[in-house]
Design a protein around this ligand. Structure first.
Ligand SMILES: *[C@@H]1O[C@H](CO)[C@@H](O)[C@H](O)[C@H]1NC(C)=O
Ligand SMILES: *[C@@H]1O[C@H](CO)[C@@H](O)[C@H](O)[C@H]1NC(C)=O
Ligand SMILES: *[C@@H]1O[C@H](CO)[C@@H](O)[C@H](O)[C@H]1NC(C)=O
Length: 449
């Protein structure tokens, strides 16, 4: 059994799993040049403005400079960035790319589930080099790979705090729409429940797992009816595209208030307020890939990033260092008021200082602080499931990959489904993809250390 040691350093939570090897940039002399490779997500979108790719690239450009500033604790003189883009967002495209570029880099990082196999291969045959993967977690960890994650429990927690504050005077019933029942989603769902309780002890937080991140109109109707019957007044999206489409329904048909996630959904999915229901979008919990990549590269340059575990980036009172942040209220300022925003700043401060915790067990995604039950929300079963065309993608394994990483080939599909659906890089699961993903990750687990 793996033992866990949890170190909480301000907002940077580092979980080091017991491993025999840990590694920094072992073979780069201090005072010399560091070569850093960033592997972007494949497909036609490239580095279009506002995409995860563009944000991540900005983080690299900000920090990997030809003349590194002194006084920042950097151990090297200069940094040379290299970027690579595979032709498609597939396991194969990355496998053809990453191992062949290892030679010219001291440190390589990639985004999402699809490069995970190639990163593992490259790491196995270059034991003296360090690698990182964002939005994917190797369990068990690999000695020379750092898994880099957003604190998903905090994402749900912030949404829960807002929902609780807003619903206090609006019936006191709120909900989180979860996607596939897997740890990354459970962390958000249970983080949401504990946030609601802190902001509004009398509120009821409902939750559900739709089993999909994709568009599914029938299931959307089922979920919308479920939340309407419970008289929910605020709902949070923890189900990617499925969540957005369900929230579009709820905001327009029922006047339910929505909290988005990933990007500023009022901008991306409600197209700057031009899509109906936009006035009911309170805010979105945004994940900032620029901050995340910048922080990782800074750690590398300080010779202070160690392989063999997972590093988490979450909220910070210093906005420049906050990898998770709240979007503006836009049209909903009368509900997500300045007072609520002010309260949120207080909560974020307490969270940053460790005075508040989300109560979520990272590995399982379950709630630690809800007595005998492992969930902090009242789970609603999808009674009408048989009517749905969606796969029952109930995933109990630690083969947890992220809905934030979209295969670009699927993005066009998403936009043809719904004009404004630009998820800024969200993963659409197909049943086949899910199956292959499980197989691949199980294989990775087998060949792990
Ligand atoms: C949205 O909501 C309405 C009314 O609540 C419902 O009739 C409709 O079928 C829903 N579903 C979709 C996918 O729009
Ligand atoms: C190195 O990282 C640890 C934990 O992540 C942190 O506490 C420490 O301050 C860092 N050291 C430097 C020099 O940045
Ligand atoms: C998930 O795990 C729970 C309890 O560990 C079990 O009851 C359930 O059947 C599992 N579901 C799937 C789809 O494996």
């Amino acid at each position: 059994m793996w033992t866990f040691t949890t170190t909480i350093v301000s907002t940077l939570f580092v979980v080091l799993l017991a491993t025999t090897t840990t590694l920094t940039l072992a073979n780069v002399g201090s005072g010399s040049n560091v070569n850093i490779g960033l592997v972007l997500q494949g497909g036609p979108d490239g580095t279009k403005e506002g995409t995860e790719n563009a944000l991540a690239l900005q983080g690299l450009k900000d920090t990997c400079l030809p003349f590194l500033p002194t006084g920042s604790g950097y151990q090297y003189k200069s940094c040379t960035p290299h970027t690579y883009t595979p032709q498609s967002e597939t396991l194969g495209a990355y496998s053809g790319l990453i191992p062949s570029k290892t030679g010219e880099n001291d440190f390589m990082m990639a985004l999402g589930y699809f490069p995970s196999k190639a990163i593992q291969t490259a790491a196995n045959s270059n034991g003296n080099k360090l690698f990182a993967i964002v939005d994917f977690e190797f369990t068990p960890p690999v000695g020379n790979i750092v898994s880099v994650m957003f604190s998903e429990d905090q994402i749900g927690f912030l949404a829960g705090l807002i929902a609780g504050e807003v619903a206090k005077s609006r019936g006191g019933k709120v909900a989180v729409i979860g996607g596939v029942d897997q740890p990354s989603v459970r962390r958000q769902v249970n983080g949401f429940g504990s946030g609601v309780k802190i902001a509004c002890s009398t509120c009821i937080a409902y939750g559900l797992y739709s089993g999909t991140f994709e568009s599914d109109p029938k299931l959307t109707t089922t979920v919308a009816n479920l939340l309407t019957d419970r008289k929910v007044s605020v709902a949070f999206n923890a189900a990617s595209i499925f969540g957005t489409l369900t929230l579009k329904n709820l905001t327009t048909q029922q006047g339910i208030y929505a909290i988005g996630s990933g990007s500023d959904e009022w901008v991306t999915n409600w197209a700057y307020g031009s899509v109906p229901g936009s006035e009911h979008v309170l805010t979105s919990v945004q994940t900032d890939y620029t901050v995340l990549v910048r922080s990782v590269v800074q750690s590398v340059l300080r010779a202070n990033l160690t392989g063999g575990g997972t590093v988490f980036y979450g909220v910070n009172t210093d906005m420049r260092q906050s990898a998770i942040k709240l979007a503006p209220a836009h049209e909903a300022g009368g509900v997500y008021t300045k007072e609520v925003e002010e309260k949120l700043r207080g909560y974020v401060k307490d969270l940053t200082m460790g005075k508040l915790t989300t109560g979520v067990d990272h590995k399982s995604g379950n709630s630690r602080s809800s007595g005998s039950s492992s969930t902090s929300v009242q789970l609603l079963p999808l009674t009408d499931r048989s009517a749905s065309s969606s796969p029952s993608a109930n995933n109990n394994k630690s083969t947890d990959y992220d809905e934030n990483t979209i295969p670009s080939s699927h993005r066009s599909e998403a936009s043809s489904n719904k004009g404004n659906l630009d998820r800024l890089g969200r993963l659409l699961f197909s049943p086949v993809g899910l199956f292959i993903a499980c197989l691949a990750v199980q294989t990775l687990d087998l060949i792990g250390p």
